[in-house]
Design a protein around this ligand. Structure first.
Ligand code: ATP
Ligand code: MG
Length: 490
């Protein structure tokens, strides 16, 4: 009897092929855990007693995934990204670990039990035989899935000392699935937290990304703090713990940052916005001073220092350059003016040129997270909506002769007119026509029209040109009205 779970054809084709060739083959790890949870797996892992060379021979297109014998089997004719490559890994057992990250030796003459034994958590150490509906669950992972518990396979200290990344994986699974961490596993995490310093930054980064991209990043970060992991992963952030702010803030800096991050997650915003929400006040502890009258804390320049600290932090975690640039820019400019009474279009223009056109709407998102993270009830009050409206006004395509598919030089060429006011009048007269009837905005049609206009007297042309200018102003006004209406700031 085959398994009652819905297994994509691209996956069962692989387990079947291995079996037909006389090998054992099982789904294993996160995908089995997710099936028992009723969730669609993010990726599918197959384990087998076939060796790497034997696996490769059975499938038309494969490649080596890593140094551990994992073969990527390519499914070329699938639309679904999670099925394009299925990882098939031979059963393996691992030798001693001496560096807290990698086994000194790996051997492939292992049994399924030995393979499950090397896996991190009981919930990730279940194998499922799809064709025979057989579940191999030596560590009662199914019970832990049911109870929502993260527990290491074997003695937690040993497992974290072998590969300390598992510490962060447990927090990631906690944030993603809401499972609790078993007390003895937790105790070992706290004890071994410092070993994270031996782990490659890229691996830390990937788990950190998963934590902040989960639906509960605040809970994930609070757990990291509780376990003493922040100091060993994002040390600068640890400085924000319990840093009191002035009276406008009900939360300390750390809590404010987490609440901002959580709002970004609630709104399903992208990674770079979540990072900006988390880091925007990271340098407040470095810039905190008592005000002159000693009544209040001040944080002048925290956004300038914050840009530098953010850059260093993301670089240290080996984030790609485009993310580093975007996030540090957003942190640098997050304090943009928000008092509408005094903001002017030219101030808005300056901001856009500072943060970049491509980032300005992200900056607004960061501001909204910042507001909610401060405990304000509204993410976008009148002032911010007004600001958005002004940004859109500044960024819109202006209604101008520049929109025409012809310019003054071309007009002079086709009409033989010399440079002078007549050319300007013609351009405006053409603009009026094009606004009325956009289909004439081609070079050929405009050139023809320009020739007809060129024979008119300068005084007649002037009247037409003025009409064009008036029309242009009306159109501008309509456009701006529409923008304001959209942002509810009429
Ligand atoms: P997801 O697919 O949702 O990211 P996952 O648990 O499948 O979660 P993967 O990184 O895909 O995570 O790993 C697949 C499986 O490999 C895990 O379920 C676990 O059995 C095993 N595994 C991964 N990393 C480790 C590790 N550092 N130590 C021990 N076993 C691991
Ligand atoms: Mg997986």
């Amino acid at each position: 009897m085959s398994t009652p779970f819905e297994i994509p054809e691209e996956v069962s084709r692989i387990t079947k092929t291995l079996k037909n060739a006389g090998f054992e083959s099982y789904l294993v790890g996160g995908c089995v855990r997710d099936l028992f949870l009723g969730k669609t797996p993010k990726d599918w892992d197959v384990t087998t007693n076939a060796g790497p060379e034997e696996i490769i021979k059975l499938f038309p297109k494969t490649f080596y995934e890593n140094d551990y014998g994992t073969v990527g089997v390519v499914n070329e004719d699938t639309e679904n990204d999670s099925l394009k490559v299925i990882e098939v890994t031979p059963y393996r057992k691992e030798g001693k670990y001496t560096d807290n990250r990698r086994p000194d030796t790996v051997s492939f003459d292992a049994t399924l039990d030995e393979d499950l034994n090397r896996r991190d958590f009981t919930i990730n150490a279940i194998a499922l035989d799809v064709e025979d509906n057989k579940v191999i669950d030596p560590f009662s992972g199914r019970k832990d899935i049911q109870e929502g518990v993260i527990k290491t396979v074997g003695k937690p200290e040993d497992r974290f000392e072998e590969d300390s990344l598992r510490i962060l994986r447990s927090v990631r699974i906690h944030a993603e699935l809401g499972f609790i961490i078993d007390p003895s596993t937790e105790k070992a995490i706290v004890y071994d937290a410092h070993l994270l310093k031996n782990i490659a930054k890229e691996r830390i980064r990937d788990e950190f990304i998963r934590i902040i991209m989960s639906s509960s990043p605040m809970e994930g970060m609070l757990t990291m703090r509780k376990f003493g992991l922040i100091e060993h992963t994002i040390p600068h952030l640890a400085k924000t713990f319990d840093v009191k702010q002035n009276q406008a803030h009900s939360y300390d800096v750390w809590t404010h940052l987490l609440k901002s991050l959580q709002h970004a997650a609630d709104k399903k915003l992208a990674l770079h916005i979540r990072l900006s929400a988390l880091f925007h006040d990271i340098a407040k502890p470095d810039t905190r001073r008592l005000s002159k009258d000693k009544q209040e804390w001040t944080f002048y320049g925290h956004e300038v220092v914050g840009e530098r600290v953010t850059r260093e932090t993301l670089k240290d975690l080996r984030f790609p350059n485009d993310i580093i640039e975007k996030v540090s820019k957003l942190v640098r400019w997050h304090m943009f003016f928000s008092d509408t009474e005094q903001i002017t279009l030219s101030a808005v223009r300056r901001l856009i040129s500072n943060v970049g056109q491509e980032n300005v709407w992200d900056l607004i998102d960061v501001r909204m997270c910042d507001r909610i993270g401060t405990g304000r009830p509204k993410e976008s009050p009148y002032r911010l909506r007004k600001y958005k409206s002004m940004i859109e006004e500044v960024m819109r395509d202006p209604v101008s002769v520049g929109m025409l598919k012809i310019d003054g030089k071309k007009i002079m060429e086709v009409t033989d007119l010399p440079a002078g006011p007549k050319v300007g009048y013609i351009l405006h007269a053409l603009l009026e026509e094009a606004l009325e009837n956009p289909s004439i905005n081609t070079q050929a049609k405009l050139a023809k029209k320009a020739k007809e206009l060129a024979i008119l007297e300068e005084s007649e042309l002037k009247v037409l040109g003025e009409k064009g200018k008036k029309k242009k102003e009306n159109e501008e006004e309509i456009k701006i009205k529409q923008i304001r209406k959209k942002h509810w700031v009429e």
